[in-house]
Design a binder for this molecule. Structure first.
Ligand SMILES: NC(=O)c1ccc[n+]([C@@H]2O[C@H](COP(=O)([O-])OP(=O)(O)OC[C@H]3O[C@@H](n4cnc5c(N)ncnc54)[C@H](OP(=O)(O)O)[C@@H]3O)[C@@H](O)[C@H]2O)c1
Length: 290
């Protein structure tokens, strides 16, 4: 029996990872869910999973939480800019607690990607390697769910704005990435780097078409939603005009520029090989989210 730990266990991805571990036959009692708040972890407790409370900012609590854990799914934090130190804390605590292997959820093409999010992932991968602990890196591509937030505005205006040109994403659902993580950590190949990309390669024109199809399928009275490329500065100005708050106003053009460069696309089949199937179609995930 192997004891698995999962950080970020009350988040979207973490919840699916735990579901994936249970589906892979891991006993609930062999799963330690590390969460910031016990109130959010009620459902996990009901499922028989052990819940321990620790924040990425509190190294001692993390080390206590990892006691007895043999393989840890380390889910990257959500506070962009604070994550280098937070992730270092998690790794140090895992080493101190004698964890045998870390499976870290990184970013697709983390070693070469120039999007702003990549730097903290590169730092974390190096920190894990330098710690000497066995590891696997799960470099997740874009979540299909990322586009759910743009859907309502695009349906209303008939336009999806951006600055990704003809660049492509290879999105998959959070559930796809999480199940792949659960499978990879139950059959670990230490040192392995998985480039996890979805089966479809979509431009933002394709995303706008998916918006149209989903809107029509739900009976909305819409025409064709079109993608309009505003260029980097134009998109930034449009977001400012629409009073999109920082840091999103800065991040969104940066991410689209990354899409145009190909940072969020890959022909890797690692995700499909782990899942034993194609990734969930973008449109299907979108329809569930909106
Ligand atoms: N590839 C992509 O498209 C993409 C998109 C968005 C995010 N991400 C990355 O993937 C991660 C997981 O995604 P998700 O959808 O599951 O995000 P999420 O629902 O926001 O979950 C993030 C999890 O991290 C936990 N967390 C954040 N800061 C923490 C801290 N200081 N100490 C302890 N726990 C902390 C959160 O705890 P609480 O439950 O208490 O909030 C939550 O459980 C994100 O955190 C981010 O790094 C990737």
């Amino acid at each position: 029996m192997t004891v698995y730990g999962v950080t970020g266990a009350t988040g979207h991805l973490g919840t699916f990872v735990i579901t994936g571990l249970l589906a892979a036959g891991v006993e609930p009692g062999d799963i330690v869910a590390v969460a910031r708040s016990s109130s959010k972890a009620r459902d996990l407790i009901d499922r028989g999973v052990t819940v321990r409370i620790a924040d990425y900012e509190t190294p001692e609590a993390l080390a206590d939480a990892f006691a007895g854990v043999e393989r840890l799914v380390m889910i990257s934090g959500s506070e962009v800019g604070a994550r280098a130190q937070q992730h270092a804390n998690v790794v140090d605590a895992a080493v101190a607690a004698g964890v045998g292997l870390i499976a870290y959820t990184s970013l697709l093409n983390a070693d070469t990607s120039k999007i702003n999010l990549a730097e903290e992932h590169r730092f974390t991968e190096k920190y894990i390697k330098d710690s000497g602990i066995d590891h696997i890196f799960l470099r997740n591509g874009w979540y299909s769910e990322n586009y759910a937030g743009s859907y309502a505005g695009a349906v209303q205006s008939g336009t999806l704005y951006g600055c990704a040109g003809e660049g492509k994403i290879a999105p998959a659902s959070r559930e796809n990435y999480a199940l792949a993580a659960a499978i990879a950590v139950t059959k670990p190949e230490p040192g392995r780097i998985y480039e996890l990309a979805g089966s479809e390669h979509l431009t933002l024109t394709d995303v706008a078409k998916a918006f149209t199809d989903v809107a029509k399928s739900t009976g909305e009275n819409v025409g064709e939603i079109s993608y309009v490329d505003l260029g980097f500065n134009g998109y930034h100005d449009a977001l400012a005009k629409a009073q999109v708050p920082e840091p999103l106003r800065t991040f969104l053009p940066d991410w689209d520029a990354g899409i145009e460069r190909g940072d969020l696309d890959s022909d890797s089949r690692d995700l499909q090989d782990l899942l034993g199937t194609e990734s969930t179609p973008f449109e299907q995930t979108l329809a569930k989210e909106v």
